[in-house]
Write a protein that binds this ligand. Structure first.
Ligand SMILES: [Zn+2]
Length: 359
C-alpha cells in the first residue's frame, strides 16, 4: 500500500500506518475542540485511540504469527482508520489452517479483555451513558476493556473477508470444498456490506467505509478463487500466446515504436536465436523517446531481470504470479527456448472460454 509511514518491524513484520490515519486523529482533535476540551483532555482522547490501535496491531499479529506457524509469511501490517490489515503472502488452502488463523486475531482481544478484567477493580455501579461519553483517567482502562469486547463481537459478524466471514468459509469448506464455500461466504459478505453501508448513514460513518471495503474485498477474493478453480489441471502451454511480435537486441527504439503502432502488443520479448535476452514495456519505450534515444538499440533500455515460465508449469501458478507482481507478461520457455508469452489478458480469455463452456 502506498503512502504509508513505516513504524518499524515486529517479529520481522513491517508495521505501516496509512496516511488517512491522520484524518482520524484530526477528527478526534476537532471533536474535542468543538466540545471546548482543554489540551490534557484532547491528548487523553488521542492517547486512547492510539491505545486501541495498539490492540489492533496485537490482533493482526495474532493472525500473522499463527500464519507463520504454517509457513505463510506476512509482508506487512497496515493500520487504516477503519482497522488493521495483515497482508499475508498467500491465503492458506486448508480449512483448518484458515480457521485457526482467523480465530487467532479476535482471540488476542479476548486475552486483553480478560487481563483487564483481572487487574481492574470491579465497577461499583453499572456504567451509564455518561460513563461511555468521554475518556477520563478514571475510565480509560474500563473503556479499553469494552472496546476489546466490541472488537471481538464485530469481528464475529460473518462478513467475508472479515474474520467471522473467514471462519464461516473455513467451516463451509470442510463440507462443500473451498470454491463453493468462498462463493457462499462472499455472497453473504456482500449482503452484510450493503447493510453496513446503509446503517452507516444513520449511525457511524466509519461503517460506510468498512462496508465498501468488505464489499470489494469479498468480490475480489471470490473472483480469484473461482478463477484459480477454472485453471486447475491446466498447463501454461494451453493458455499462452504463440502468435506475437518479438524484437532482437539490435532493433532500435524506433523499430520497436513502429511495431508498437502496427500491432496490439504493449510489451515485447527481446530474443536472440530463440533465447530470451530481455523484456521491454511500453512505458520503457515512451521513456526512451522522452530521453531522445530513438536510435538507441533496445538492448540498452530493456529489462534483463525477468522471470520466465515453462510450458509444463501450472497455469494457476502463472495467474497468481501475474496478479502479485503486476509484471505485464512472462516469456514461456520449452527446453530453455522461447515458445510463447503469457499475460493476464491471455489467462482471463482462457477463463472466459472455460466458464462459457461450463455454463
Ligand atoms: Zn482480524
Amino acid at each position: 500500500m502506498k503512502w504509508a509511514l513505516n513504524l518499524g518491524r515486529v517479529a520481522g513484520i513491517k508495521i505501516l500506518v496509512h496516511w488517512t490515519f491522520l484524518f482520524l486523529i484530526g477528527w478526534i482533535v476537532f471533536t474535542e475542540m468543538g466540545r471546548g476540551s482543554d489540551l490534557a483532555t484532547t491528548l487523553l482522547s488521542v492517547g486512547f485511540v492510539l491505545t486501541i490501535f495498539l490492540c489492533v496491531v496485537l490482533h493482526e499479529l495474532g493472525h500473522s504469527l499463527t500464519a507463520q506457524k504454517y509457513g505463510i509469511n506476512t509482508k506487512s501490517i497496515t493500520l487504516l482508520p477503519i482497522g488493521g490489515v495483515a497482508s499475508l503472502e498467500r491465503m492458506p488452502e486448508s480449512p483448518k489452517q484458515e480457521l485457526l488463523i482467523a480465530i487467532a486475531g479476535p482471540a488476542v482481544n479476548v486475552v486483553i479483555a480478560f487481563i483487564l478484567w483481572l487487574v481492574l477493580p470491579p465497577l461499583t455501579q453499572i456504567p451509564d451513558e455518561a460513563f461511555f461519553a468521554r475518556v477520563t483517567p478514571a475510565n480509560f482502562f474500563y473503556l479499553l476493556f469494552f472496546v476489546n469486547l466490541m472488537l471481538v463481537v464485530f469481528n464475529a459478524i460473518p462478513a467475508f473477508p472479515m474474520d467471522g466471514g473467514r471462519v464461516l468459509r473455513a467451516l463451509l469448506a470442510f463440507k462443500l470444498g473451498r470454491v463453493r464455500a468462498t462463493q457462499i461466504a462472499a455472497n453473504l459478505g456482500q449482503i452484510l456490506a450493503i447493510l453496513f453501508i446503509f446503517m452507516g448513514f444513520f449511525s457511524n460513518p466509519f461503517l460506510i467505509l468498512i462496508g465498501v471495503f468488505v464489499f470489494f474485498g469479498a468480490y475480489t477474493e471470490n473472483m480469484m478463487v473461482q478463477h484459480l478453480d477454472f485453471l486447475r489441471g491446466h498447463l501454461v502451454r494451453e493458455g499462452m500466446m504463440t502468435n506475437y511480435v518479438t524484437l532482437t537486441p539490435e532493433n532500435t527504439v524506433r523499430d520497436a515504436l513502429e511495431k508498437l503502432l502496427m500491432g496490439s502488443e504493449h510489451e515485447f520479448i527481446v530474443e536472440l536465436d530463440g533465447n530470451v535476452v530481455g523484456t521491454l514495456t511500453r512505458s520503457q519505450l515512451i521513456q526512451a523517446v522522452k530521453e531522445d534515444k530513438t536510435n538507441t538499440p533496445v538492448a540498452e533500455i530493456m529489462s534483463r531481470d525477468f522471470e520466465t515460465f515453462d510450458v509444463k508449469d501450472k497455469l494457476s501458478q502463472a495467474y497468481t504470479a501475474l496478479q502479485k507482481t503486476r509484471s505485464p507478461l512472462y516469456p514461456v520457455l520449452e527446453n530453455g527456448r522461447l515458445a510463447g508469452v503469457i499475460n493476464t489478458d491471455n489467462i482471463n480469455e482462457f477463463i472466459m472460454i472455460k466458464s462459457a463452456l461450463v455454463h
